[in-house]
Design a binder for this molecule. Structure first.
Ligand code: ARG
Length: 461
């Protein structure tokens, strides 16, 4: 017996039952489904659509079903299609005809739209908390590494010196933006669709605002067709999560490079590394690689969702049932990646000497020598050419520029004096870049403070 089989003369082929059933992946929304039904039935009673007495029996029974599910006392049936029908059927099996009134003024179309919004609101809040944990670790780490000089790169070629703190704070900016994006898309999840019915609203005098308030929604949807067929909030979340994964993946890529013998900027803790089954010497950054790899599936989910929604006529279409596996997988993946990544970063050790010696090589202070000459009155283009010649000469002699004697330096330009050594030391290079947003210790300290403030603001959101 199906809850909808009145007009049918045959039962569905078991293959069809199996094919269109979503209970395997939507049962995780049992809590949202029940809480949504509880709010709906409470309102039905208050508005006089059903008797207060029946409403309270349904309400109470739903509460019991919720606790039974939580205690593992309920099994769902594939033949019952989805979580919504499973729960309604259990309700009816417990209280008979009274339970049959629950679905008054409601459709599974607005019901599923409600459930998924509620579910994703909670998940979004959890992901934001995980991002906060990561941000806190990164900010603390930056604070402890303000003076650790490392090369900054462009084209993965050593470019100019920065600090490890500055590098970490770049990721802090990314993850703060991720948090803001999640806060932003949360606002568009926070809209209550019940009352949209199947597509055209309902003739019952429902109090939509009361349901919204009961369930902690900020607003109600403004159009019944859109109310049941909007999945923009799913796409927005899938996209925000893809960007989170992109950031994690870039960071992972750097960690993988940094713990290679060639860089040796960091060492991962043994608890966050793995060995090789054949090569006894190996210590591999598998965790970082796997996080980098998992970005692929999260991007794939976004593409799947965009493609499912593309070309769907209004309003509900069964295609939309395909939204769940994709978005749940993105949510679960991000929730799995963030804490393990945070711990991996929190426990890695920094090899500051290697970072410094890498910054000493590669002529990372070349721009500063050109700037030194500019300050002494040489036009920048000429200064650029002079330093270019110095670099070529140093490459031949296998030396850094600061290892040339004053006489050798003067041969490139008469303007060079003894103060050049101080001017081009890596510490000067870093700390003279003290504009807001620069790598100087003062600038990074200020950006740490700003980041802490933004983080606090986000926690309030
Ligand atoms: N399981 C369905 C889904 O996830 C629920 C809505 C079904 N509505 C319908 N008219 N078949 O989309």
């Amino acid at each position: 017996m199906k809850l909808w089989d009145g007009r049918f003369s045959k039962s569905t082929d078991p293959m069809v039952d199996d094919f269109h059933s979503s209970i395997r992946f939507d049962s995780c929304m049992y809590k949202q489904d029940i809480l949504g039904s509880m709010a709906h039935v409470k309102m039905l009673g208050k508005c006089g659509v059903i008797s207060e007495e029946d409403a309270s029996l349904i309400y109470k029974t739903l509460q019991e079903i919720l606790s039974d599910i939580e205690n593992g006392r309920v099994t769902f049936e594939i033949g019952c299609e989805d979580i919504h029908m499973n729960i309604e059927k259990i309700l009816i099996s417990r209280i008979g005809d009274v339970g049959k009134q629950l679905h008054t003024g409601r459709s599974r179309n607005d019901q599923v739209a409600l459930d998924i919004r509620m579910y994703l609101k909670e998940e979004t809040t959890q992901i934001k908390a995980l991002l906060t944990d990561l941000l806190q670790v990164l900010i603390d780490m930056a604070e402890n590494n303000l003076d650790v000089i490392m090369p900054g790169y462009t084209h993965l070629q050593r470019a100019q010196p920065v600090t490890f703190a500055h590098h970490l704070m770049a990721y802090v900016q990314m993850f703060l933006r991720d948090q803001e994006r999640l806060t932003d898309c949360y606002q568009r999840m926070d809209i209550m669709p019940l009352g949209s019915g199947a597509l055209a609203g309902t003739t019952y005098p429902l109090d939509r605002h009361a349901v919204a308030q009961e369930l902690g929604f900020e607003r109600i949807t403004e159009n019944s067709l859109d109310g049941v067929s909007d999945r923009d909030f799913v796409l927005e979340l899938a996209s925000a999560l893809s960007i989170v994964m992109m950031h994690l993946s870039r960071f992972c890529e750097e960690i993988i490079l940094w713990c290679s013998h060639e860089f040796s900027f960091i060492e991962l803790d043994d608890a966050y590394s793995t060995g090789s089954s054949i090569m006894p010497q190996k210590k591999n950054p598998d965790v970082a690689e796997l996080v980098r790899g998992k970005a692929g599936r999260v991007y794939g989910n976004l593409m799947a969702l965009l493609t499912v929604m593309k070309g769907l006529p209004l309003a509900y279409n069964k295609d939309m049932q395909e939204d769940k596996e994709a978005i749940f997988d993105s949510v679960d993946t991000v929730k799995m990646c963030l804490p393990v990544f945070t711990k991996m970063v929190a426990t890695m050790s920094i090899r500051r000497d290697n970072m410094l010696s890498a910054a000493r090589g590669g002529f990372t202070n070349a721009t500063d020598i050109a700037d030194y000459l500019v300050k002494k009155g040489v036009p920048f283009r000429d200064a650029h050419a002079i330093v270019g010649r110095m670099v070529a000469c140093c490459i031949e002699q296998e030396k850094n520029i600061e290892e040339l004697g004053i006489g050798e330096l003067k041969a490139f330009s008469e303007k060079i004096e003894m103060d050049v050594y101080e001017a081009i030391s890596l510490e000067t290079c870093v700390n003279e870049r003290n504009l807001p947003g620069g790598p100087a210790i003062v600038s990074v300290k200020a950006s740490i403070e700003n980041a802490r403030e933004r983080l606090q603001q986000e926690e309030g959101n």
